[in-house]
Design a protein around this ligand. Structure first.
Ligand code: C2E
Ligand code: CA
Ligand code: CA
Length: 434
């Protein structure tokens, strides 16, 4: 359905016209956006939301096909966006590759999240540009009016969410009403030292016989006012504020303290920790790990480090050095979010990877997309070809579990086989089941 017809619900001139006009139009469109927010999603009513929809690959496309084709791509993009909106929604182009969409009437965060998911899904199919299919790479950020005090803050929060979606390689991300603009760095520091962090564990099972294989440790910040805050908010904050080393120390100690007795009682079970590349490449990290192993009497061979594939883009040398040293003493190395990193894979030649963790976006697409199935099959083969195991994350239903098992995936993790739970509860449950 087409969108509502406010006069400014319009597209820019082609971007390669006179710069002054484009600049004026940009200001005009921003004003139209603010007017639409005031009319349709006013913080006074507490209802409504804003999406920022960003096409990330326009410049690559232009480099390949030229500026005019780029303009045609943007027009096709806008048309597709408008097709998937309700008639009451208002879309305004606010930047070269950016659209803002005002969604009136949505009060519930779940509905906002669904709307963002719908928009991101609509771009999974290629656009048609000059009789050629054109794939777009889209990130959608969402923020509910209820989570932002003013129209300006609403725009900022939705923009931050859009960037976060990109960083997390999620297609869409809902601003949960919290960010470094609302929660201070000092608070995070106090939380790490003052017992506000909580350790969650999520089990990982063999897909062939259902046996428990490992736990992944996931941190939560239990904030006295805002409640549970996810790592997507506080890990980047910690990295920026130089607190990542303290957070890593807390996480390693908490994980080993909980898991060490369980592993002693159930030999062969491992624990996996997520390590930020900022922490991993800091001087002294390898020694820090060694002293944590000694302190908690845990064998390095019982520990797996999960490093996101994107980490290798900037830090190959230092990462490879630290990972090689740890691998040499028996620590397992897992490449997290595999398939999303755009890295050169050359790290695979430099040290032995033990595990490829297939990103959950591929797992979620399995049922509906033959392309995702082919990619996952290829990733499983690739893992086996290099002597590693393939682990699928984000398995949310029995059908996906069964399908991945048939495809030869080794281990599986997700809400279907077991949700992340507070460490004590997770371990008590598993101890009673084993
Ligand atoms: P990750 O390593 O990819 O971890 C999996 C994330 O997916 C977790 O989110 C988990 O709660 C969630 N998840 C698990 N099963 C499912 C499922 O079936 N469906 C869906 N939709 N989600 C599922 P969480 O806990 O919010 O963690 C987000 C990311 O933050 C993690 O992504 C990890 O990279 C990072 N992280 C978590 N704890 C720490 C930490 O202590 N230090 C560092 N550096 N990073 C951490
Ligand atoms: Ca992980
Ligand atoms: Ca992951």
């Amino acid at each position: 359905m087409p969108t509502g017809s406010i006069p400014g619900n319009c597209t820019f001139e082609p971007r390669h016209g006179a710069p002054a006009r484009a600049g004026e139009r940009r200001v005009l469109n921003r004003q139209l956006l603010f007017d639409a927010i005031e009319r349709l999603a006013s913080p006074a009513t507490g209802e409504g939301a804003l999406l920022i929809v960003r096409m990330r690959n326009l410049h690559d496309y232009e480099a390949m096909f030229g500026y005019e084709a780029g303009d045609a791509l943007v027009l096709a993009f806008e048309a597709r966006l408008r097709e998937c909106l309700r008639s009451v929604d208002v879309a305004v182009r606010i930047g070269e590759c950016d659209f803002a969409v005002v969604l009136p009437g949505l009060a519930d965060r779940n509905h906002v999240s669904l709307a963002a998911a719908k928009v991101s899904r609509t771009f999974q199919e290629p656009l048609q540009v000059r009789n050629r299919p054109a794939w777009t790479n889209v990130a959608v950020g969402a923020c509910a009016v209820a989570d932002a005090g003013t129209p300006t803050l609403l725009c900022r929060q939705a923009d931050v969410a859009c960037r976060r979606a990109w960083e997390l390689r999620e297609r869409h991300f809902l601003h949960a009403g919290l960010s470094s603009t609302l929660v201070g760095y000092e608070e995070l520091q106090a939380a790490i030292t003052g017992n506000q962090m909580q350790l969650f564990l999520q089990p990982v099972f063999s897909m062939q016989d259902g046996e428990l294989k490992s736990f992944e440790s996931l941190s939560r910040w239990v904030h006295p006012v805002h409640g549970q805050i996810r790592p997507a908010v506080f890990v980047p904050m910690a990295e920026q504020a130089g607190l990542i080393h303290e957070l890593t120390r807390w996480n390693l100690n908490a994980t080993f303290r909980h898991c060490s007795p369980f592993i002693e009682a159930h030999p062969g079970i491992k624990c996996a920790v997520n390590i930020s590349p900022v922490a991993l490449t800091a001087p002294g990290f390898v020694e820090q790990m060694a002293s944590a192993f000694r302190l908690w009497k845990i064998a390095p061979g019982s520990v797996v480090l999960e490093i996101t594939e994107t980490a290798f883009v900037d830090n190959q040398e230092q990462l490879v050095e630290a990972l090689s040293a740890l691998h040499a003493v028996g620590v397992g190395i897992s490449i997290d979010d595999f398939g999303t990193g755009y890295s050169s894979l050359s790290y695979i030649r430099r040290f032995a990877v033990d595990e490829l963790k297939i990103d959950m976006s591929f797992v979620h697409d399995l049922a509906g997309s033959a392309r995702a199935r082919r990619l996952v099959a290829w990733m499983i083969q690739m893992a086996h070809g290099m002597g590693a195991i393939a682990v699928a994350e984000g398995i949310e239903d029995a059908e996906t579990w069964a399908r991945l098992g048939e495809m030869g995936c080794d281990h599986g993790q997700g809400y279907y086989p077991g949700r992340p739970q507070p460490a004590e509860e997770a371990l008590a449950l598993l101890a009673s089941a084993s």
